[in-house]
Design a protein around this ligand. Structure first.
Ligand SMILES: [Cu+2]
Length: 291
């Protein structure tokens, strides 16, 4: 089960290194943000089920607000990869659904990491807002089922065409978190109710703020231990968030309940190193109890 996730994520994330060197062509939407006006985002619903995505085939780009809902019985995320120049969605789908291999891929993957909505447990979800340049994309989920087969291989890869649209300002954040390799710069102050948390990625790899709720008595060590050796039920609840490529920003709109304890973690693997998830390298906040 673990090798499945390791190898497929490795393939996905190797791509982010390639795109990281080639981001001067304006497709990273924030470059157009300075001359953009206040506008309301294109609203897009993305529903995950066991095993597939329900989402529109085509949307207007620019400022987009994705609302993600997991109606399945397993945890899901909604990764958003960009189809690489000269490649097709079919090639992306084939790469993402291929059985895991111990071989190190020799060719660059046909896609590039762009963003994503992190893991949400069954019945959970969240909202992410970001600027999305026009292009061909794919939603995907690579979480393995109990049988060891990744959700992508079970059908969770879906094409998304993004048409040209105007970029806009992200929602005004209530709190900001800056991600580097491998840390968050602060424990953001949050309040009961709706909080807009902005993630700025100043690292060299894709990073995320995955909101988790910690049941009473759960420590961050428990979370790190579980992600070091995932087996059995996780000690926390995963509640989506936002993932974004280096040099970019996205906001997550979160609903938090007074008296509950949350944290932010990044569970993306270290593609420049040993592929251990970033949370095991210190990419976590401390527990935050909502006043
Ligand atoms: Cu999934």
């Amino acid at each position: 089960m673990k090798p499945t996730r390791t190898i497929t994520w490795a393939l996905v994330l190797a791509a982010s290194l390639l795109v990281g060197c080639d981001s001067t062509d304006g497709r990273n939407g924030n470059e157009r943000q300075s001359d953009s006006e206040e506008r309301s985002p294109t609203k897009v619903n993305v529903v995950a089920e066991d095993y597939g995505f329900e989402a529109p085939a085509t949307i207007s780009g620019g400022l987009v607000e994705f609302t993600f809902t997991n109606t399945g019985n397993e945890p899901h995320f909604a990764g958003l990869a960009r189809v690489a120049d000269g490649k097709s969605f079919e090639e992306v789908e084939a790469a993402m659904t291929a059985p895991p291999s111990a071989d190190v891929p020799t060719a660059p993957p046909p896609f590039e990491d762009f963003a994503g909505i992190p893991t949400a447990d069954p019945g959970e979800g969240g909202t992410m807002t970001l600027n999305v340049p026009a292009g061909s994309y794919a939603f995907f989920c690579l979480i393995p089922s109990p049988d060891g087969v990744s959700h992508a291989a079970k059908g969770m890869v879906k094409e998304l065409t993004v048409d040209e649209g105007s970029a806009g300002s992200l929602p005004n954040p209530d709190a900001t978190v800056v991600a580097t390799d491998f840390a968050f710069d602060r424990n953001p102050a949050v309040e009961a109710g709706e909080n807009v948390v902005l993630l700025r990625n100043e690292g060299q790899q894709l990073h995320e703020i995955n909101l988790v709720e910690l049941p009473s008595g759960t420590t961050m060590d428990n979370v790190v231990d579980w992600y070091s050796r995932p087996s059995g039920p996780p000690p926390m609840r995963s509640l989506a968030g936002a993932a974004i490529l280096p040099g970019e920003e996205a906001t997550a709109t979160l609903n938090l309940e007074a008296g509950r304890t949350y944290a932010f973690i990044c569970v993306i693997p270290d593609v420049l190193g040993d592929f251990a998830t970033h949370v095991t390298k210190g990419m976590l906040t401390q527990p935050i109890t909502v006043p």
